[in-house]
Design a binder for this molecule. Structure first.
Ligand code: ZN
Ligand code: MN
Length: 257
């Protein structure tokens, strides 16, 4: 049998056997979105996929193909839709993709799901997609499904954040293309990071409300919302260790593994 957690690298028969053995299926929910001049457009795909791969190994799970497009980038959390290369789905489309994938996996016997959000804006549309998918399965007579839905960045120790941000954590929304994402990319795909291009035009100062059209000049021209200076693979490893340990513990607890 192939030793991979990725469904796309298994044969149909290998997939069937692992699902029959009760393997939970992780579904990373990514995005294709600008991440400043120093990071590629695929950050929100690479990071949740990498987290899911490691947690799945730990708990005997499988990783479904990552959804590569997310709900629309918002100015206050991703810089907005205007940056070239940001490719987004309507919330309805995004949630229906999740619904269909869950229905399909459910029909193939999957009874444990873990949806892992890698893009801030995917949060509520993923709640909707999961709800619709589970509703369809119930209507098809499949009533014994358990599902977790989480944002990977929430699984970090306070002490780790204190080590990373001695002057105070700016908050998850402003971390777009900043220290956390850049450090994790330096850990997972350093060849895709150009630290010589890290800008210094942040951090953004946003009002605590949305305005449409969004006032010009509030989003830093670089698209980096906080600060990526000081990022390192070592810091990425601190984060990854927390993410994997804490998500694995939640998955084991809630899915009875
Ligand atoms: Zn991101
Ligand atoms: Mn994002």
């Amino acid at each position: 049998m192939v030793d991979s957690v990725f469904i796309s690298e298994l044969s149909s028969a290998e997939f069937k056997a692992k699902v029959a053995a009760g393997a939970p299926v992780f579904l990373p929910l990514g995005a294709t979105e600008q991440h400043g001049p120093h990071l590629p457009l695929g950050v929100d795909v690479v990071l949740p996929t990498g987290v899911c791969e490691r947690v799945a190994r730990e708990v005997g799970g499988l990783v479904a193909p990552t959804i590569p497009y997310g709900y629309k980038s918002q100015p206050r959390s991703g810089g907005g839709e205007a940056f070239p290369g940001t490719i987004s789905l309507d919330a309805n489309t995004f949630s229906l993709v999740i619904r269909d994938v869950i229905r399909s996996l459910g029909h193939h016997g999957v009874r444990r799901f873990v949806l892992v959000i890698g893009h801030f804006e995917n949060t509520w549309p993923s709640v909707e997609g999961l709800d619709l998918g589970l509703r369809e399965l119930r209507r098809d007579g499949i009533t014994d499904v358990t599902a977790l839905r989480l944002e990977y960045w929430d699984f970090v120790d306070r002490s780790t954040l204190d080590r990373l941000f001695p002057d105070g954590f700016p908050g998850t929304e402003l971390e777009h293309a900043s220290l956390l994402e850049t450090s994790l990319m330096l850990l997972l795909r350093p060849e895709l990071v150009d630290m010589s291009k890290v800008p210094s035009d942040g951090p953004a100062k946003f009002p605590n409300y949305d305005v449409t059209p969004f006032p010009k000049g509030l989003v830093p021209a670089s698209g980096v919302l906080a600060d990526a200076r000081g990022s390192s693979a070592e810091k990425g490893q601190w984060l990854m260790d927390d993410h994997v340990r804490k998500i694995a513990a939640a998955v084991k607890k809630e899915l009875g593994l």
